[in-house]
Design a protein. Sequence first.
Length: 226
Amino acid sequence: MIDLKTYGYTQTEIPPEGMIPGRITELRREQYTVVTEYGEAAAKLKGKFYYDSQAREAFPCVGDFVLLQYNESGASQIARLLPRRSKFSRADFSGHAAGYVKTVLEQVVAANFDTVFILSSLNADFSVNRILRYLTQARQFGAQPVVVLTKADLAEDTGQPAAGVLAAAPDVPVHAISSYTGYGLEALDPYLRPGRTVVFLGMSGVGKSSLLNALMGQDVMEVKAI
């Protein structure tokens, strides 16, 4: 049986007979990819999620631990969502009518992570106030925030921006890195331990995909121009 502690899950859950535990690593429309003791499995939700759930929060998302009715010859079924220890959610505005919003639901888009990398590039768009807004969100998620200042190879001075962040948030680690040259990447190693999960947070173009590729040592995400 897969040991959920390997993936940082600390709660004990004994699967009912006929079910196995797993962790969701990808969601495309209604198709899930779940890591299990048998490897990756394609899975869909059991019908009860659609009939019993009152909000999007009850639907599994990337990072969730679940119990599966495993099918080795076809799509497995996600039967139960295990308790979350942290989550990243956003407002889902629905029910528009007559020019106003009738309902605002919570949409959880990632769960069960330990660290939030807040990425901000060292270019003309650098803003301490924007980083502070992300820090407020990260603290609400229930995870450790870490500020990662990207594209250090394009900056004449990395010390001043880092000092500005530390002055505004002295309790938060700040690291300047370059995914292109590898500068500073070793400083991120303590956060990338087995059984730990990291979420990347930042505006489009700050270098999230480039950093992931650099950490993986291969191109796993497409990098586009800003």
